[in-house]
Design a protein around this ligand. Sequence first.
Ligand code: BGC
Length: 355
Amino acid sequence: MRTFTPFVAGVALLFSLLACHPGHEESRRQMHSTGPVRIGFSMDSLQLERWQHDRDAFVARAKELGAEVFVQSADGVDAVQVRQCENLLTQGIDVLVIVPHNGEVMASAVRSAKAQGVPVVSYDRLIRNSDVSLYISFDNKRIGKLQAQYIYDRAKTGNYMLEGGAPTDNNAHLIRDGQMEVLEAAVKRGDIKIVGDQWAKDWLPSEALRHTEDALARVNNDVTAVVASNDSTAGGVVQALQEQNLAGRVLVSGQDADLPAVQRVAAGTQSMTIYKPIAPLARKAAEAAVALAHGEMVVSDGTVDNGFKKVPAVLLDPVVVDRNNVVSTVIKDGFLKMDDVYKNIPRDRWPKVTQ
Ligand code: BGC
């Protein structure tokens, strides 16, 4: 579904800003506004820890650039998110940045924005079938591949359960595509049997809990691995495994490096997570938003087809985290603190940190 030239190291170089190109439509700001750039940041929800990191880093960078940010969170309700975007547009924002709850539904907000000369950045999740100005995210197909490869390297045969994310989120589908690219051949050979294949509405742990309980009951607890698409669903999976005294004996993947998930990785009940350095993503998005508001074009390093057009895209690289590299990744980066991650583990079993 997307055409993306492989992401090359040195994002900074690729992410240079060019002057306005000929024929580029004039933005509302160019026509009317003076004073600081006004950015509307419409977020699906702030409930998961990861999105609070996104918001904070985005706002901080925008402020450094002299812009004002108006953040709205829709608590996962489509109608609320659409209305919040309309309100932001009424308030005269120069650029709209959206983390869509539903990648299809938010196309209507993009249409409204475009009609008013306001460019739109699709943040982390792709808004489909609409004239999005820029998509900025991590390489989600690669995330799926990394999750499945980690598990497959440790269990080449057995009963696997797949716990996908929200079906309304384009990322969930890209992640599943990536996972299946790794697992398909082994499934065809019969080495791996898929004993549960589910999608968790809104990425809810409660959904993953129920799906895992059902799968475990169906196969008398004979599950080797659960390929969970993010950490919130992994949390539900591990809870179901705990109920059957299976936690730590079944491989479980995740994504986000949320504190509870990394605590599970340290404790051995979740095998891995994916660390997505959020600060670079949020900072780049803020820089791009300000550039777009000024009518400048942001040079991307590839495109992603959203059904309407090939959207210029910037995709960052995710990092695998397991109990062997927690310290050299999320802790070294200051994303999480040693004391928090290992707080449930006796101090003599903490990893040695060499300065
Ligand atoms: C994001 C994940 C997140 C999930 C649930 C996805 O679109 O890429 O990082 O865990 O949404 O919020």
